[in-house]
Write a protein that binds this ligand. Structure first.
Ligand SMILES: [Zn+2]
Length: 245
């Protein structure tokens, strides 16, 4: 039952996340939700606002102008619904709500980082504050582990970025990466950070190999969205550590 509620609620959250991921980089007001078509600006009907279902029924096209609706809407809604369903069913109660909030924040940040190499301070900052709030409300890990995790996550990547700049004379890390790793530390506690970093590295190697198999050129200066890799690595670690109830 909890899983169904989490799935449905996650789908609704996903439609807001998708809108934010598409409109925020363009500087548009995202908070209003997906109330208009991205092309013709027609105000959407209540049916069009039903996540996932409306996309499938309309075959991914706007009912009025017939233009393709960005597939990101569907993919983000499905990912968000899965995050909600898994969190709520595996960890009913406060822990599961926290895990879902963490996953939804990571999902938005991963999409923004993949598409725009952009991790907005407002998003990483909000995610960090929410971690502290859930810790204060009693969700594991304890507040001390979270605060140490926040500092350790931020400082470790910040120092790596500094060292890289000194040695290679160019920017190797985005300015948002240490803040995201700090937020991840605040959610998972300091002890989980090496695991997240290792998994992100493996995911990076995996995606580089995949890109090469597709014939894309990869060199030492090819940029990988580190933030997205960290985000994709961090949520399974939360599932493993805190959702085995
Ligand atoms: Zn339209």
């Amino acid at each position: 039952m909890w899983g169904v509620i989490g799935f449905l609620f996650g789908a609704i959250v996903g439609s807001f996340l998708a809108t934010a991921a598409i409109r925020w980089p363009a500087g548009e007001q995202a908070a209003s939700g997906r109330s208009r078509c991205d092309h013709c600006r027609r105000t959407l009907s209540p049916f069009d606002l039903i996540p996932i279902v409306s996309f499938l029924v309309r075959r991914g096209r706007c009912a009025s102008c017939g233009k393709a609706i960005d597939r990101k809407h569907l993919l983000i809604e499905i990912a968000s619904a899965a995050i909600g369903g898994l969190s709520f069913s595996l960890a009913p109660g406060l822990a599961g709500v926290g895990g879902a909030v963490f996953g939804w924040g990571l999902l938005l940040l991963a999409v923004l980082d993949v598409e725009h190499f952009w991790l907005p301070d407002r998003a990483t900052g909000t995610l960090t504050l929410l971690a502290i709030a859930f810790g204060a409300a009693g969700a594991a890990p304890f507040p001390n582990d979270r605060l140490i995790g926040m500092a350790a996550g931020f400082l470790s990547l910040w120092l790596i970025g500094r060292a890289y700049r000194l040695v290679r004379k160019r920017e190797g890390l985005g300015g948002g990466d240490p803040k995201l790793f700090g937020a991840i530390g605040a959610w998972l506690g300091w002890a989980a950070l090496p695991t997240v970093f290792l998994l992100a590295g493996l995911a990076g190697i995996g995606s580089a190999l995949l890109a090469r198999a597709r014939g894309e050129a990869i060199s030492a200066t090819t940029s990988l969205p580190l933030g997205a890799l960290l985000a994709v690595a961090a949520w399974p670690v939360w599932l493993f550590l805190f959702a085995r109830g």
